[in-house]
Design a protein around this ligand. Sequence first.
Ligand SMILES: C[S@@+](CC[C@H](N)C(=O)[O-])C[C@H]1O[C@@H](n2cnc3c(N)ncnc32)[C@H](O)[C@@H]1O
Length: 373
Amino acid sequence: MQSDVPGHKQDFPSRRGVMDRSVMEGQGYYNQHSRPQSGIVEFALPALRRAAESCPLDEDARDVVIADLGCSQGRNSIEPIAQAIEILRARSSSKRPISVVHSDLPSNDFNSLIQLIEQDGSSYQRRFEHVFSYFQGRSFYGRLFPDSRVSLAWSSAAVHWFSLLPAPIPDHIWAPRAAPALKAAYASQAAQDWLTFLRHRSQEIRIGGQLLIIAASVDDAGIAGGDGLADQANDVLTSLVADGALDAAEYADMTIAAYSRTLDEYLAPLVKHDPDIRFAVEETAPQLLICPFDAEYEEHGDIKRFAADYAEFFWATYGPSLFTSLRRPRAPEEELELGAELRRRLAAQVATAPDLAACQWRMMLLRLVRNSD
Ligand SMILES: C[S@@+](CC[C@H](N)C(=O)[O-])C[C@H]1O[C@@H](n2cnc3c(N)ncnc32)[C@H](O)[C@@H]1O
């Protein structure tokens, strides 16, 4: 499929791994600059509580396993996991062991994650006993658990990331801005990825177990919600090429490796008769998530702060994905400076056109329950 997609550069290998296209900015930066994602989590909490109320608990003393899929550095995981534990505790003995497996790509910043879970005062580890945390560096497009091991799986703002990017967009960075042929290739890869994800979870989640997903979506007009900010970032990148800070070939390879699915695309493998997919759809809920920076700006009125918030969020979430495309030999400090310059220029763009930057993310919640075999 790759060779006939416009813009694909077969002879232009990345110097980072394929998976690094979807990892967040490290050294705790994502934890500090992911408040929009925390709004997504908040929306999903009532459905998570319903999932925790009805997932299976045996009478024996075996641990109950919660999976946190695509956890990043954990800041947005601690509250949902704490709420799930609280409900599971109320449903069984206070000594019943609960295992929480935080899972993400091998290049994730696990140091920040582990420190947060083990040491931070806000962690569920400070609130509950007999809870065991595990940290797993493996793609959720592969098997993560033995058969029927998981009672409750949670994944927020993660399953819209590709397992691999079919091809870069030569003149933009944002999938909704791709030409139709490329969009079709993205849709096909996203369908394959979602199928793979569901097939693995069908094996791993116990009968009656629950899978709660909240991830990027698009509305009927194909709007994902971050389009204006992505346009501004794209303008910044082209200005960096014009100034010689970035090579044209580096820019041409830069693409955020994520795809926002329609509800029909999320449901397609679940409503088809696929013997490898064993989930019933319990709930779906679209959500329009207005970025918290907008309401905060109304209160504080500081355009510089508003612009910095957006630039830092953009960098925390998408910077590493874009910078997998850097090829020119650069010293580490030069690369850091390039990232800092991107943020400065993006903040300046946002400050000039704040209405364009303002993000209204279209998200989709799905609560799935594992069928009997
Ligand atoms: C936007 S962050 C969301 C993090 C966190 N769940 C939250 O709500 O803030 C997306 C996370 O998904 C992870 N991710 C992307 N593709 C993945 C894959 N194939 N397997 C596991 N994790 C993946 C990224 O590394 C990143 O940490």
